[in-house]
Design a protein around this ligand. Structure first.
Ligand code: AMP
Ligand code: ZN
Length: 493
C-alpha cells in the first residue's frame, strides 16, 4: 500500500536547521545511510539509542510503503583514537592489547553488535558494508579528489586540503562552523607536521611498520581515513546524491562535515538531501561515552547486573523508554525514568491484550478514524514518537472504557482500532508483547482461559466429572467460573 501518498512527512534537516517537507529523489524510493559502529568494543546503550531511533525511522518509512534501501556500515578500519588524525587505529590498539588479530577484534564485536540488535528487535538494514571490503572504492575516490586539486600527498599519506576546498565551497556548512574560527581554535598537535594546515584531514595514512591493517595504494602501504569509508559506501550503494543520512549528533563534526567535503570535491555535488542527527543518551546526567567510561551495556541493563539500576529491564521496556522522548532530545537514562516507562509499557500491553475480548456494538461513541489520524500526524511531524505514545495511551483509555461498557465501538471501528494499534505498537515502535508483566494479570487470565477451554472439551465429551472438578478446584483457589450465554467468564475473589 502506498500510504506515503496520503502522508507528508516533515523532517528536521540538520543542514538547513529547519523542518522541511520530505520529498525523495525518486518517488516511492528512499536511500538512507546511517553510520554504523566502530567494532572495537561492545556497544553501549548510547550507541543503541541512536540505532534504535533510526530503526524506528526505517520502520515508519517502510510502513508508509516506501521502498527503502537502508545502508548501515561497519567501521572495521581507519578510525583513529583522535579526531585530529593522530593516535593509534582503535581496532589495531585493541588487537595489540588483547594479543589477537585485528580481524578477531572485528569479528567479536560485530557478533556482539548483531546480538544486541536482535535482542532489541531491530530490523536488519538492506546492506551492511564494511570499510575493509571497500578499500578499492576508497582509493579511487582519493585519486579523484587529488585529480580535482583538493588533496595532496606528503610522505605516502594523502590529506584533504580544507583551505583550498573552502575557496570554492563551504566547509563547515553542516556544523555551522567557519574555517576562520576553526583556524583560531585549533591547537597544533605533535605528529601533524605532514599537513599543510591543522584543519586538513587524512584520506590515506601511510602505515608504520608495526601497523598490521594495511593495503597497497599508489601512495604507500597504508589505510584509509575514517571519513572516507562512508562517502565511498554511501554513494556506491545509494548514488552520488541520496535522500537521508543519519548518525549521532557527535558525528556532525568532523565526520559528516568531511563526508560532504569529500563528495563535493570528488563528484561536484553535495551528497545528502536530508541530514538527521539523533541526540545523545546520558547516564545520570552525563553523556554516555566509551572514552569517559560512563557507560552501561545492554546485557548489564537487561540482567540487572550493574551498579546504577535497581532491577533488570526487558528490551521492549527500553525501546518504549526511548520512544517516550524525541530522537532529537537528550535523554537521561535513570532508574526512575525506566521504572515509569516500565509501568507505562505494561499498562499499554495490558490494554492491547484486552483488544480481542472487546465486544462490538451497533454504533461508536468514540471517533477512531480521528484518533488514527492523530497517530500518523505525530509520526509525520519529524517522527514525534512521544506524541504518538500519548495517543496510544488515549487508546488505552478507550479500550478500558469499551470493556467496562461506558463507551461503544462498531465492528468497523473496533477493527480499525486493532489494526492501528498493531501497526504502531509492533511494526513501527518495534515493541514486543512477550515481556513479563509485573502484575501477572495477563498470565493469570491466559492460564484460566486454558482451563476454561479444557472444561468445555470435557463437557463436549460428556466427561462431567472432569468439568466439575475443574470448576470446583478453581473455586477452591478463589477463581469463580460463571457460565453465561456468551460463554464462560471468571472472577477472582
Ligand atoms: P561509534 O561506534 O563510537 O562510532 O558510535 C556509533 C554510533 O553511536 C554513532 O552514531 C554515535 O554518534 C552514537 N553514539 C555514541 N555515543 C552515544 C550516546 N551517548 N548517545 C547516543 N548515541 C551515541
Ligand atoms: Zn560515517
Amino acid at each position: 500500500m502506498q500510504l506515503y501518498k496520503e502522508h507528508q512527512i516533515k523532517l528536521y534537516n540538520s543542514l538547513t536547521g529547519k523542518k522541511e517537507n520530505f520529498k525523495p529523489i525518486n518517488e516511492g524510493y528512499i536511500g538512507m545511510y546511517v553510520c554504523g559502529p566502530t567494532v572495537y568494543s561492545n556497544v553501549h546503550l548510547g550507541n543503541v539509542r541512536t540505532f534504535m531511533s533510526f530503526d524506528m525511522v526505517f520502520r515508519y518509512l517502510k510502513h508508509l510503503g516506501y521502498k527503502v534501501r537502508y545502508v548501515r556500515n561497519i567501521t572495521d578500519a581507519g578510525h583513529l583514537e583522535n579526531d585530529a588524525d593522530v593516535g593509534e587505529d582503535k581496532i589495531t590498539k585493541k588487537a595489540r592489547l588483547e594479543e589477537i588479530e585485528p580481524m578477531e577484534v572485528v569479528q567479536r564485536y560485530t557478533v556482539d553488535f548483531h546480538n544486541v540488535l536482535n535482542t532489541f528487535n531491530f530490523l536488519p538494514p538492506s546492506i551492511e558494508p564494511t570499510a575493509t571490503g571497500h578499500i578499492i572504492e576508497q582509493i579511487e575516490l582519493i585519486s579523484k579528489i587529488i585529480e580535482n586539486g583538493f588533496a595532496y600527498e606528503v610522505n605516502g599519506s594523502v590529506y584533504f586540503d580544507v583551505h583550498k576546498f573552502d575557496e570554492t565551497n563551504e566547509y563547515g556548512k553542516l556544523s555551522k562552523r567557519k574555517l576562520e574560527d576553526l583556524i583560531h581554535n585549533t591547537r597544533t598537535l605533535d605528529g601533524q607536521s605532514d599537513k599543510k594546515n591543522p584543519q586538513d584531514f587524512a584520506l590515506w595514512k601511510k602505515a608504520e611498520p608495526q601497523h598490521i591493517m594495511r593495503w597497497p595504494s599508489p601512495w604507500s602501504d597504508g589505510f584509509p581515513g575514517w571519513h572516507l569509508e562512508c562517502t565511498a559506501m554511501s554513494t556506491k550503494y545509494l548514488g552520488e546524491q541520496f535522500d537521508i543520512h543519519g548518525g549521532g549528533m557527535d558525528l556532525k563534526f568532523p565526520h559528516h562535515e568531511c563526508e560532504i567535503a569529500q563528495n563535493e570535491a570528488a563528484k561536484g555535488v553535495s551528497p545528502v538531501n536530508y541530514w538527521m542527527h539523533a541526540n545523545m543518551l546520558e547516564l545520570n546526567g552525563q553523556r554516555m561515552s566509551k572514552t569517559t567510561g560512563n557507560t552501561v551495556n545492554p546485557d548489564e541493563l537487561l540482567s540487572g547486573n550493574n551498579k546504577f539500576f535497581s532491577k533488570a529491564y526487558a528490551p521492549s521496556v527500553i525501546r518504549f523508554f526511548n520512544a517516550q522522548s524525541s530522537y532529537r532530545s537528550v535523554l537521561d537514562l535513570t532508574d526512575d525514568g525506566l521504572l515509569a516507562s516500565e509501568k507505562g509499557f505494561y499498562r499499554l500491553m495490558d490494554a492491547v491484550n484486552l483488544l480481542d475480548s472487546l465486544k462490538a456494538s451497533e454504533t461508536s461513541s468514540i471517533d477512531i478514524p480521528a484518533w488514527k489520524q492523530r497517530c500518523y500526524d505525530a509520526m509525520n511531524d519529524d517522527f514525534n514518537s512521544p506524541i504518538l505514545v500519548a495517543h496510544l495511551f488515549e487508546a488505552v483509555k478507550y479500550i478500558n472504557q469499551v470493556k467496562e461498557g461506558s463507551e461503544t465501538l462498531s465492528i468497523e471501528d473496533l477493527n480499525l482500532l486493532k489494526e492501528t494499534i498493531n501497526n504502531f505498537v509492533y511494526d513501527i515502535l518495534g515493541l514486543e508483547n512477550n515481556a513479563k508483566s509485573d502484575s501477572g494479570t495477563d498470565k493469570l487470565s491466559g492460564a484460566v482461559d486454558v482451563l476454561i477451554r479444557l472444561r468445555q472439551d470435557a463437557r463436549a465429551n460428556k466427561d462431567f466429572a472432569m468439568s466439575d472438578k475443574i470448576r470446583d478446584e478453581l473455586a477452591a483457589v478463589g477463581i469463580q467460573l460463571k457460565d453465561g450465554k456468551d460463554g464462560t467468564t471468571f472472577s477472582v475473589n
